[in-house]
Design a protein around this ligand. Structure first.
Ligand SMILES: Cc1cc2nc3c(=O)[nH]c(=O)nc-3n(C[C@H](O)[C@H](O)[C@H](O)COP(=O)(O)O)c2cc1C
Length: 171
């Protein structure tokens, strides 16, 4: 698929078919993740692939009970294994690095017919406990992964005129 077609058609998917996702497809998706840019090329990420039903249910509970997460055949937990430096001398680089890697994951998955849903509503301590993640490693994002059951209509976006300005900042 053309990149713009992937970006235009991608949706957050909250209902999945039970079909397994073969490991070789996951590996292909992770080739796109592997190539994501990161500050100082630190690549401060580690992704946990979860297929175990009990673990998936526990993770869904730790995501404020968003049950659809546990119904996907796979859950991916994105962890930050390093901190990196600062962006603009104030912003930690690791959440940005992880967000870029997640975006590669989500778009690459969509290119293979697989749906995801970025999950930010999770209890980090509970996820660390369920997945045996040491306290020094931060949980940056979670996504279910699986084949969507149906098409999902697009959500609204602000117009391009509203999101850009010329030469100087203006509201
Ligand atoms: C940082 C972040 C956190 C999010 N957290 C959740 C979440 O916890 N649960 C959920 O169902 N969707 C979550 N979403 C998905 C957004 O609701 C979704 O991307 C947005 O409504 C736009 O819809 P679309 O992805 O279908 O274009 C999150 C998205 C982002 C980027």
């Amino acid at each position: 698929m053309d990149l713009m077609e992937i970006i235009r058609n991608r949706r957050s998917i909250r209902k999945y078919r039970s079909d397994e996702v073969p490991q070789h497809i996951i590996n292909e998706i992770f080739e796109a993740v592997q190539l994501a840019p990161s500050a100082n090329n630190l690549q401060p990420w580690k992704f946990i692939i979860i297929r175990n039903d009990k673990k998936k249910r526990l993770i869904a509970q730790a995501c404020s009970g968003q049950e659809f997460i546990g119904e996907a055949p796979v859950i991916i937990v994105a962890c930050a294994i390093g901190r990196g430096g600062y962006i603009g001398k104030y912003m930690e680089s690791w959440p940005v690095d992880l967000a870029i890697a997640m975006t590669h994951l989500i778009l690459s998955a969509w290119n293979k017919g697989l749906g995801t849903c970025w999950i930010g509503d999770f209890d980090e301590e509970k996820i660390q406990e369920i997945c045996h993640i040491p306290p020094s490693v931060r949980v940056a994002a979670i996504t279910p992964l699986g084949y969507p059951t149906k098409t999902v209509p697009p959500t609204s976006r602000r117009s391009i005129e509203r999101i850009i300005c010329q030469e100087s900042f203006s509201e």
